[in-house]
Design a protein around this ligand. Structure first.
Ligand SMILES: Cc1cc2nc3c(=O)[nH]c(=O)nc-3n(C[C@H](O)[C@H](O)[C@H](O)COP(=O)(O)OP(=O)(O)OC[C@H]3O[C@@H](n4cnc5c(N)ncnc54)[C@H](O)[C@@H]3O)c2cc1C
Length: 518
């Protein structure tokens, strides 16, 4: 993974001069004044861990599994949001951990947590490092140092139970590897977020991730049948039946806990059979509200495709290589439908009848296949845009269907009000019987202080979301960035409950301080 951007450095591309000229003409984008920092020039936080503490960590996991090089520290600094990339590209490594520790199993994690609690060392669990909400930037205040707990050595598929259709994994398995391991058994998880190439199973559970095929396979939290969690106060082993009336479901307390309550060391995940057939296609709907009504009809009355997404007018126009393919000057809104698994033809025919009945016009398989082909490439484009002097960032929310138009307008207005004339695009890609998510992509010219510029815009959007009745996150999580808005969302009693749980499982507060808990 590129330390200052996304993905395989070999895939990094400069924007063609034509596109740079277009960005300049449309948005006033100019090349940044200063070149980005080199890895060697990143200014790291001073190491505050004592040598004896580093030796004690090494005694637990082996000296070769404790990394203290500058490069290891830089590579484990923060996550991959646009502000994270702006900070590291500006040479700001103040959130770097003192050391990166790679445990080899649940017991080593438990021993590490005990040691860190006794020594008051803050611990940041680290999966793929793709957090976009500040989930990996722990506060140092009150701690003798910060250790990043890199879970990449916990990378095994432990068991496959094809009777119950449950696979047991360690948390550090990256999504492509999980799919590869399951495919050998004819199985799939069906979890394909845009961060698929790098994110881990533990990170998906810890941040309540949702993938692009959530209509068919569900969100990641729907897939979690059981969890093993190491906490400074002991081990939690949760989930012994698909559903239970034995009190509140404590799995739900761990899902979304973002490393603040414990380290997920084992996951029992519901799996599905590999689909025999896959088909993706495109539809044109006359407008965003008409498109949303069509998605609602499919979500409420069925049949629900495996992939279902609707781009608004702006995203349709910008996102398509050939806007004329979906209706000439009057672009309308693109809907992508995907069908995987059994009875594809039958489900497709029934869903097509619903879309046609609500004003949809079929565009054939080309737009669907081209979406499927490019579905993981947008993060690479973000790097190219940043290098060219444009800020591009995403934010997401969800609400019930009745409130969706108001929420859409509120976020767009907040962005326009804060940034002047940015490009604001939106899509719906996760639908439920009662509501849906809204995912915004914003592109704007960078001013003299692009970080402060984005933070103002983000604050305005967060306030708009709360006021319009949306949730501060549908699938990115809370981290540090959404902590205050989350406190408003759950209120003082909700906050007090979270703090009480934290106190019980992590009495010295070493786990991801500053993240999640208001
Ligand atoms: C380009 C891009 C696209 C993205 N697209 C999507 C998307 O489509 N859908 C989506 O849901 N998200 C998306 N994300 C967000 C991110 O990928 C998810 O939040 C993902 O779940 C994080 O997984 P990770 O393994 O990288 O976790 P990390 O980023 O390493 O960690 C995330 C949080 O969980 C904690 N954590 C990690 N592992 C554990 C563990 N084993 N036990 C306890 N705590 C742990 C960390 O401390 C941190 O607070 C995207 C991010 C990027 C950069």
């Amino acid at each position: 993974m590129l330390w200052s951007g996304w993905g395989d450095p070999a895939q990094a591309r400069e924007l063609p001069a034509q596109i740079r000229a277009l960005l300049h003409d449309l948005l006033g984008v100019r090349a940044p004044a200063a070149p980005p920092a080199t890895l060697e020039s990143v200014r790291l936080a001073p190491v505050t861990l004592e040598p004896r503490q580093v030796r004690a960590l090494a005694d637990l996991v082996g000296a070769e599994h404790v990394l203290t090089s500058d490069e290891a520290r830089v590579r484990h600094t923060r996550g991959k949001s646009t502000p994270d990339l702006m900070r590291i590209r500006a040479g700001d490594g103040r959130d770097a951990p003192d050391a990166v520790v790679l445990p080899g199993g649940h017991d080593e994690v438990t021993h590490l947590l005990r040691l860190c609690a006794a020594e008051r060392i803050a611990v940041v669990p680290f999966g793929g490092g793709t957090s976009v909400v500040g989930g990996l930037a722990a506060s140092r205040t009150g701690f003798t140092g910060v250790v990043c707990l890199d879970l990449s050595r916990l990378d095994r598929l432990v068991d496959v139970d094809t009777t119950s259709m449950i696979a047991t994994f360690e948390p550090g398995v990256r999504a492509p590897e999980a799919e590869r391991l399951l495919a050998a058994h004819g199985l799939t998880l069906g979890h394909f977020p845009q961060s698929f190439e790098y994110a881990t199973l533990g990170g998906f559970a810890a941040a309540r991730s949702s993938g692009q095929a959530s209509a068919g396979y569900g969100r990641f939290d729907d897939m979690v049948a059981g969890l093993t969690v190491a906490t400074p106060a002991g081990t939690l082993d949760l989930g012994r039946a698909p559903k239970s009336a034995a009190g509140p479901d404590l799995r739900q307390l761990v899902l979304g806990s973002e490393g603040a309550f414990g380290v997920i060391t084992g996951l029992r995940l519901r799996v599905r059979r590999l689909p025999a057939e896959r088909l993706y296609e495109g539809w044109r709907l006359p407008g965003f509200q008409a498109g949303a009504a069509a998605l609602r009809a499919l979500a409420q009355d069925g049949p629900l495709p495996t992939v279902l997404r609707l781009s608004d007018e702006t995203e349709t126009m910008i996102g398509l290589a050939r806007p004329d393919a979906i209706g000439g000057g009057d672009s309308g809104c693109l809907v992508i439908t995907g069908y995987e698994g059994a009875r594809v033809a039958e489900r497709r025919a029934a869903a097509s009848a619903v879309l046609s009945g609500l004003g949809g016009e079929p565009l054939g398989t080309e737009p669907g296949e081209s979406w499927a082909h490019g579905r993981f490439s947008a993060p690479y484009l973000r790097d190219s845009l940043l290098a060219a002097g444009a800020t591009v960032e995403t934010l997401e929310t969800a609400c019930f269907w009745a409130g969706l138009p108001r929420l859409y307008d509120a976020v767009r207005l907040a962005m326009l009000g804060s940034l002047g004339s940015p490009l604001v695009m939106c899509h719906i890609s996760h639908v439920y019987e009662t509501g849906a998510s809204l995912y915004f992509t914003v592109v704007t010219a960078q001013d003299a202080d692009p970080l402060a510029q984005w933070e103002r815009a983000k604050a305005a959007a967060s306030q708009a979301i709360i006021e319009a009745g949306g949730t501060i996150s549908h699938h990115h999580g809370v981290g540090r960035d959404h902590r205050d808005a989350y406190a408003t969302e759950i209120g003082p009693l909700g906050t007090a409950i979270l703090r009480a749980v934290k106190h019980e499982v992590d009495p010295s507060g070493i786990l991801n301080p500053g993240v999640l808990i208001p």
